[in-house]
Design a protein around this ligand. Structure first.
Ligand code: PLP
Length: 405
């Protein structure tokens, strides 16, 4: 009988391992800055008030059943989700050039997009994708799983703790024509560093010149600026300028629906006719992978997106989350620069965007924070700003100060 003797033991996922270590720690002042999930000022998960309302509405509806959804998902969800990211007045949507498929959150959207590219993209040579260095670690595994080799392009410059713009554009320029570049739409994970509008424009210029394909991953719409439209700016600009592209969308963070796995893949095609062909093939792929996506989260998001009052309330909830994170950046910055006079420049704490901040500290300093101060963060020095609150920010600042001195 098969004993699986040849199966090598894989290492545990580092983020989820960090969370387990945090949970096991009994120290009173422990702080979890590892996982990318929003926490309120008491360090607790936050169910958005608008989500509670939508849930109540959903469960009271008399005709609720548990039938299968169409293969590509709940139509009123996918069409509203497309408008959310591409704009309600998007000409691409009006022209029937957008194929939207409901996916298993953002991870599933990345997977389906990668699988579709692996099968149908006219690669100019070997199947490869360019990922930002660094990026969400899962991107590597997702593309490898479908036979697309991940390469990296320069993105983060440790010297400036900012964007390596020259390196990025250099890579776009020297890559073979028609290369696929994965771009974080906003609130780059893990660095919190986004290109400016001028830089995005230049990136679009080069991508158009070279015929590159933009594989956008948008996991944090609303978390960067607190405004859904602002955070969709780059995606909409690229559609407007005709850069060939797709977008992976997640409602895990901006609706706090992490475990419900609500996402979508939107592929923008040059014509409606091409879009119909794309949709037919995405349906075939989806059928063999999950048959039909799950109903619950999609129904909730559909209510929120399609009812004007709910939508308005959701935008307030997003402002609450983004506002608290921005406030924590200010408090941390103030503590380090004014109160503690911590050596070094900390401007990046307030300049970086979204849920994460790349502190710029070394792996040794990160380890010292975990071992000596019970502050849990990844070895690359990334902290989730959502893990900070008015009660623990001073404790964190004091210990960060200690390890860098
Ligand atoms: N893409 C990026 C850059 C992320 O940071 C995440 C989550 O951390 C995801 C995609 C996917 O998340 P989910 O599958 O929970 O929507």
């Amino acid at each position: 009988a098969e004993s699986w003797q040849n199966v090598p033991l894989a290492p545990p996922d580092s983020i989820f391992q960090l969370t387990a270590a945090y949970k096991a720690d009994t120290f009173e002042k422990k702080v979890n800055l590892g996982v990318g999930a929003y926490r309120d000022d008491d360090g607790k998960p936050w169910v958005l008030p608008v989500v509670k309302k939508a849930e109540a509405r959903l469960l009271s509806s008399p005709n609720l059943d548990h039938e299968y959804l169409p293969i590509t998902g709940l139509p009123e969800y996918t069409s509203a989700a497309a408008k959310l990211i591409l704009g309600a007045d998007s000409p691409a949507i009006a022209e029937g050039r957008v194929t939207s498929v409901q996916t298993i959150s953002g991870t599933g959207a990345n997977h389906l997009g990668a699988l579709f590219a692996s099968r149908f993209y006219s690669f100019n040579g070997p199947k490869q994708v360019f990922l930002s260095n660094p990026t969400w670690a899962n991107h590597f595994a997702i593309f490898k799983n479908v036979g697309v080799e991940p390469l990296t392009y320069p993105y983060y410059d440790p010297k400036t703790i900012g964007l390596d713009y020259e390196g990025f554009v250099g890579s776009l320029t020297t890559a073979a024509p028609k290369s696929i570049f994965l771009l974080h739409a906003c609130a780059h994970n893990p660095t919190g560093v986004d290109p400016t509008k001028e830089q995005w424009n230049k990136i679009a210029d080069v991508m158009l010149e070279k015929g590159h394909y933009a594989f956008f991953d948008c996991a944090y719409q609303g978390f960067a600026s607190g405004n859904l439209d602002n955070d969709a700016w780059a995606v909409r600009e690229f559609v407007k300028r005709g850069v060939p592209m797709l977008v992976c969308q997640s409602f895990a963070k901006n609706a706090g629906l992490y475990g419900e796995r609500v996402g979508a893949l939107h592929v923008i095609a040059p014509t409606k006719e091409a879009s119909d062909r794309v949709k037919s093939q995405l349906s075939v792929l989806q059928r063999s992978e999950i048959s039909n996506p799950p109903t619950y989260g999609a129904r909730i998001v559909s209510i929120i997106l399609n009812e004007p009052e709910m939508f308005t309330e959701w935008k307030r909830d997003i402002e609450t989350m983004a506002g608290r994170i921005i406030e924590m950046r200010k408090q941390l910055f103030h503590l380090l620069t004014v109160e503690l006079k911590t050596p070094g420049n900390w401007d990046h704490i307030i300049n970086q965007i979204g849920m994460f901040s790349f502190t710029g500290i070394s792996p040794e300093q990160s380890k010292a924070l975990v071992d000596k101060a019970h502050v849990y963060l990844t070895a690359n020095g990334r902290i989730s700003m959502a893990g900070l609150n008015t009660k623990n920010v001073r404790y964190f600042a004091e210990n960060l100060d200690k390890v860098v001195r």
